[in-house]
Each structure stands twice: as C-alpha cells, then as structure tokens.
Design a protein around this ligand. Structure first.
Ligand code: NAI
Ligand code: NAD
Ligand code: ISE
Length: 344
C-alpha cells in the first residue's frame, strides 16, 4: 500500500520532506501540494518532478479524496487551522513543530482527535528518532548512570534572520529541548526561570541572544539549557546528563579527524538539515510504516505537542518576568496513555 501525501507549505523543510518521501523513503507518494506563495508550490512540483495537484489553499487540499496524509510545514501560526480541518476530515497528519502556537490551540487539536476515536496526528519532534538521543535514553532507562540529577544542554544556531525575535528562542528553537528532555528522563516539568547574559554584538534590537533557561522537573532534576542563535561557528546541539553513578553525553556528529597545518581537527555542521538528516528519515519512515501497518502513528502525539506548548508558554512568561514560572499541565487523557499506543 502506498500512502498518499498532501503537503501544506513548500518552504525549506516542506521541500526537504517532499524530497525524502519521493526519493529516499519507501511507501509514500506526494499527490498534492499548496503554499500561500503559489509560485513556491508550482516550483516545487517542477523541481521534484512530482505527479501532484497544486491546490489554492489547505482546505482544498484536505478535501481531495486522494490525500491520505496532510503534511503541515507552513509557518507555526498557520498550523492549528490546517491540523484541525485535516483531523475533522479524518485524515492522518504529520505536523512540524509547533503543533500550535498556544496551549489552547493544541487542546483544540487534542479534542478534535479524540472525537475521531483514533490517533491521527504525529508532531515533528525528530530528536526522539536521532541515534544519539536514543542511545542516551537507553543508558538512562537501563540505570547505567543511576538517577539523573542534572542536565546541561545547548542549542546553538550559527545565525538567524532579522524576523527572529526573543520569543522565538522558545517557540522555534528551545521547543526541541522542551520535547526531548522530559522524554529522556521520564519526568514532568515543574518550573522555569530565564536569565539573559550579556548580548552578542551579532544580535539585533528585538532579539536577546544568548538566553539561559533553568528548568526544574517534578522529580527534582535541574536542567540548564542555553539557546544561542548567533553563535557564528556552526549548528551545535549539546546534551549531558549527570546521574548518581555517572555522566552520559550526546555523541558529537561523526566527522573525520584531520591532521593538517599543525592542527588536529574535526568538522562542525552548520545547518539543522544535515545535523538531523538521518533522524528526519527514520521519523517519517516510521510514520509511514506505523500508519500503513498499525493504522496509527506511533511517534510524538498531539498530547506531546500540548505539553510542549504549555511549557513554551511558561518559558515566554519567564522571559518577560525574570521570575520562576510554574509549568502546569491538564491531566493526561487515557486516550494518550502508553497502553493505548501498544494496543493499536
Ligand atoms: P519556510 O518559511 O521555509 O516554509 C514554510 C512554507 O509554508 C512557506 O513556503 C510558506 O509560504 C508556507 N505556508 C505558510 N503558511 C501556510 C499555509 N497556511 N498554507 C500553505 N502554506 C503555508 O519554513 P520552514 O523552515 O520550512 O519551517 C516550516 C515548519 O517546519 C515550521 O513549523 C518549522 O518550525 C518547522 N521546522 C522544523 C524543523 C525541525 O527540525 N523539525 C526544522 C525547520 C523547520
Ligand atoms: P520556511 O519559511 O522555509 O517555509 C514556510 C512556508 O510556509 C513558506 O513557503 C511560506 O510561504 C508558507 N506559508 C506561510 N504562511 C502560510 C499560510 N498561511 N498558508 C500557506 N503557506 C504559508 O520555513 P521552514 O524553515 O520550512 O519552517 C516551516 C516549519 O517547519 C516551521 O513550523 C518550523 O518550525 C518547522 N521546522 C522544523 C524543523 C525541525 O528541525 N523539525 C526545522 C526547520 C523548520
Ligand atoms: C528551526 O525551525 C528548527 O527547528 C531547528 O531545528 C532549530 O535549530 C532552529 O533554531 C529553528 O529555527
């Protein structure tokens, strides 16, 4: 069986996902695309030589009976409307982060999905599919470092555009750590506080950069997470878990070791596309296989999208107040419990 995909948003990552579904993965085919910039959608069809209809908007694409799955790769604020409409039409959805830009928006998606009676939505938190994070989680779950006590993490981008402002350090960038860190240590978040160090000269008026987040969990783990999006030297993701019996660290991206000009060096990547390329491939192949064979996606759920949004809201509030802000989640519906996931 071939899953037929319609893609909403043919920008940077929309095109990446179209390329991987068309040329790298198995079991999927792009049959429809749309973008508010219609030229971008048409160019994408030509660029990848797709046998796909270009729709004027997401609603028309969702209405196409030939579309089994809606891929949402538009910009964040547009996600909620597309996801809700797709779920109400009974379509599967692969939505890039954030699921919605507010916790209320995520709850509307959760409610629409529960009404359909089965899981339809997966959120693009691809780090859960990254080999390094998977190894780190296995070490923690196997108690190789004892109880985790602290985490030191860093999310560094070489540079960002002028439209990237202080809040986006949370909703666009930290959101990946927000998802992956509680998953790593099987704990819930309790509070967050933000400190702004001296600002880099490479930032602009509307962006505080870097930023330092201190996040505490219900179980007492303290996480120190740096976001630095004009670090200049490369795309660098760091994560070190300090436990009672040892320390486990995310491996560096594999690179040859060079001896040259009196220097011993390895390379650092400069783009998320390359750093997480394998993770995106595994993530979307898993989505295709799960939907095809089990009838439900098995990856990060709408509820994970909701947890991320509630936490992000508290982080943004903490940016504004400078105080420790509480992170309070609604009770998790039984619909999203692990048991339901295994039964599917
Ligand atoms: P982009 O700006 O390059 O592309 C987004 C495209 O969506 C644009 O072509 C835009 O015209 C279109 N678009 C926006 N709203 C739309 C709507 N309502 N209907 C149809 N098309 C619409 O953005 P980029 O970098 O591709 O990011 C897209 C999404 O992917 C974002 O949610 C972003 O957070 C996420 N993303 C995730 C990454 C990851 O590592 N998982 C990496 C990069 C982006
Ligand atoms: P992008 O700017 O390259 O693409 C966004 C596209 O959305 C553009 O083509 C734009 O024309 C289109 N668009 C905007 N508003 C629209 C609307 N209302 N209706 C239809 N189309 C609209 O951005 P991107 O880098 O591809 O990011 C897109 C999404 O992917 C974002 O949500 C981003 O957070 C996410 N993303 C995730 C990762 C990741 O690592 N998982 C990496 C990059 C981006
Ligand atoms: C981008 O949208 C991503 O998701 C990348 O993974 C992240 O590193 C970057 O900061 C975001 O802008």
């Amino acid at each position: 069986m071939t899953l037929k995909f319609g893609v909403v948003g043919t920008g940077a990552i929309g095109r990446e996902h179209i390329d991987r579904i068309t040329n790298k993965l198995s079991g999927g085919k792009i049959v429809a695309v749309t973008d508010v910039n219609q030229e971008s959608a048409k160019q994408t069809v030509e660029m990848y030589q797709l046998d796909a209809v270009v729709y004027p908007d997401d609603q028309a694409l969702i209405a196409d009976e030939n579309v089994d799955v809606v891929v949402v790769t538009s910009w964040g604020p547009a996600h909620e409307a597309t996801v809700v409409a797709a779920v109400e039409a009974g379509k599967y959805v692969f939505c890039e982060k954030p699921l919605a830009t507010t916790a209320e928006g995520c709850m509307r998606i959760v409610e629409a999905e529960m009404k359909q009676g089965k899981k339809l939505v997966q959120v693009g938190f691809m780090r859960r599919y990254d080999n390094g994070y998977v190894q780190l989680k296995q070490a923690i779950d196997n108690h190789e470092i004892g109880e985790p006590l602290m985490i030191r993490a860093a999310h560094r981008n070489p540079t960002v555009g002028e439209n990237y402002v202080t809040e986006m350090a949370v909703v666009d960038t930290l959101i990946h750590e927000i998802d992956v860190l509680h998953w790593l240590v099987n704990d819930d978040y309790k509070s967050v506080q933000v400190v702004f160090p001296r600002k880099t000269k490479y930032s602009h008026e509307k962006l505080q950069d870097p930023q330092l987040f201190t996040i505490e969990t219900v179980g007492g783990i303290v996480m120190s997470v740096e976001v630095f999006v004009n670090c200049k030297y490369g795309y660098d993701i760091q994560c070190e878990v300090i436990g009672e019996d040892g320390v486990a660290k995310l491996p560096e991206y594999s690179s040859i070791v060079m001896r040259k000009d009196e220097k011993l060096s390895t390379s650092i990547l400069n783009d998320w596309k390359y750093r997480f390329m394998d993770a995106y491939n595994v993530e979307i192949q898993d989505f295709i296989d799960s939907v095809t064979k089990k009838g439900e996606p098995q990856g990060p759920t709408s509820w994970d999208g909701y947890i991320a949004a509630v936490t992000a809201d508290a982080c943004v509030k903490a940016q504004q107040t400078g105080q420790k802000e509480a992170i309070v989640l609604n009770e998790k519906p039984a619909f999203y419990s692990e048991k339901k996931l295994q039964k599917a």
